[in-house]
Design a protein around this ligand. Structure first.
Ligand SMILES: [Zn+2]
Ligand SMILES: [Zn+2]
Ligand SMILES: [Zn+2]
Ligand SMILES: [Zn+2]
Length: 364
């Protein structure tokens, strides 16, 4: 038993070292010599590093989880590096299902974008002509996607998964330092577009801080839930802008994501009630609560009381706690409770709130 633990630790360490190594190499390559080859390998290596580090987090739970088919998990094959392991999507799914570790949607989208770009580079002959003006655009796209990817990855490795990656915080700090030129680049973009931001603000738009790049470059025009692309790093993010319920204040304020039970106005500190907000923007919130038309359980964040509702267009679903945009709301076929997702099969297996007929039968 002790032997297996030791090799497991060694494997974990090796996976992390490789992951950080690839990311560091990618950053170096991007600024190396401006050749199209260097740019291509930067894209490939950056993604490889991200994927290895996510796999490392999954492996921290148990090594069999990173093997594509856990039924065939063979420790020798695994240690020899011969086992077929999971890709990005599966790693994220298993982290959520098995380890109850949620990777935020924005982070997943950013990693997915890196994966797709990497695939284009690997699978298609994709020459970049150095003399073409397009080359500068390509480079800019890579800088921005690496910035976004690293912002999300750093938050996971350095904050949320700090315990699991405790021995690698030096590498996290080193990569952060190596990203300096990327960030300087963002700074020049900010200077270029600042007049545009100032004008938008004067026209009444609210400027929100982009959680990916940290610049106040998310331009919000309307009240209610909305998704925007950062004007600097192009990261997509969702916000809820809401008028303060205190008449003496009445200013527009941003509601904090993930804190729906503790919202308050950023100007006057008045507390803002979840029910009021649901009533303002959702069909369920406006309905008489004796009717079966209640806000739905969001299966992304699982917040109780329920936080997902249908916006006034009658179609779009939004969770006011985790700010996700679920595809649909359906009703459990057994207990009839609404939730975000697919109700097929719930008559038997139940939903997050009930055990379905199967559970009921076993109780007999
Ligand atoms: Zn940004
Ligand atoms: Zn206020
Ligand atoms: Zn949610
Ligand atoms: Zn149910």
């Amino acid at each position: 038993m002790a032997k297996e633990n030791l090799t497991h630790d060694q494997q974990f360490t090796r996976l992390c070292e490789n992951g950080f190594g690839f990311v560091a190499k990618a950053i170096e390559q991007l600024w190396e010599n401006g050749s199209s080859e260097a740019l291509k390998y930067s894209v490939i290596n950056f993604y490889s590093g991200v994927e290895l580090l996510l796999k490392a987090r999954l492996m921290h739970e148990h090594w069999t989880l990173i093997v594509a088919d856990p039924n065939k998990a063979d420790v020798d094959e695994f240690l020899n590096g011969e086992a077929q392991t999971v890709g990005l999507k599966q790693a994220v799914q298993r982290l959520k299902k098995v380890a109850k570790v949620a990777v935020p949607t924005n982070a997943i989208n950013s990693f997915e974008e890196l994966r797709k770009h990497r695939n284009r580079m690997v699978h298609f002959y994709h020459p970049i002509d150095v003399n073409e003006p397009d080359q500068a655009k390509q480079r800019e796209a890579v800088i921005l996607e690496q910035c976004r990817g690293w912002f999300y990855l750093r938050r996971l490795l350095g904050d949320e998964w700090q315990d699991e990656f405790a021995t690698f915080q030096v590498q996290v700090a080193d990569i952060n330092a190596a990203m300096k030129r990327h960030r300087e680049y963002l700074g020049t973009v900010y200077e270029q577009i600042q007049p545009e931001l100032v004008a938008a603000h004067q026209d009444g738009a609210t400027l929100a801080t982009c959680s990916a790049c940290g610049f106040d470059a998310q331009v919000l025009d309307d009240i209610g839930p909305q998704e925007h692309k950062c004007r600097i790093c192009l990261a997509k993010e969702s916000f809820v802008l809401h008028p303060c319920p205190n008449d003496e204040c009445g200013k527009k304020t941003l509601l904090a994501m993930g804190h729906c039970e503790a919202w308050e106005c950023e100007h006057c500190g008045s507390s803002i009630d979840l029910d009021e907000v649901l009533c303002e923007y959702t069909i369920e919130g406006k309905a008489d609560h004796d009717e079966p038309n209640m806000p739905a359980l969001c299966t992304e964040c699982g917040h109780i009381p329920e936080t997902a509702g249908t916006l006034d267009d009658g179609e779009t679903v939004f969770c006011f706690n985790c700010f996700s945009w679920p595809e649909k709301i359906e009703y459990c076929q057994w207990c009839n409770e609404p939730f975000t997702g697919d109700a097929e099969g719930t008559y038997w297996s139940g939903c997050e709130k009930c055990e379905g007929k199967a559970g009921w039968t076993w109780d007999e």
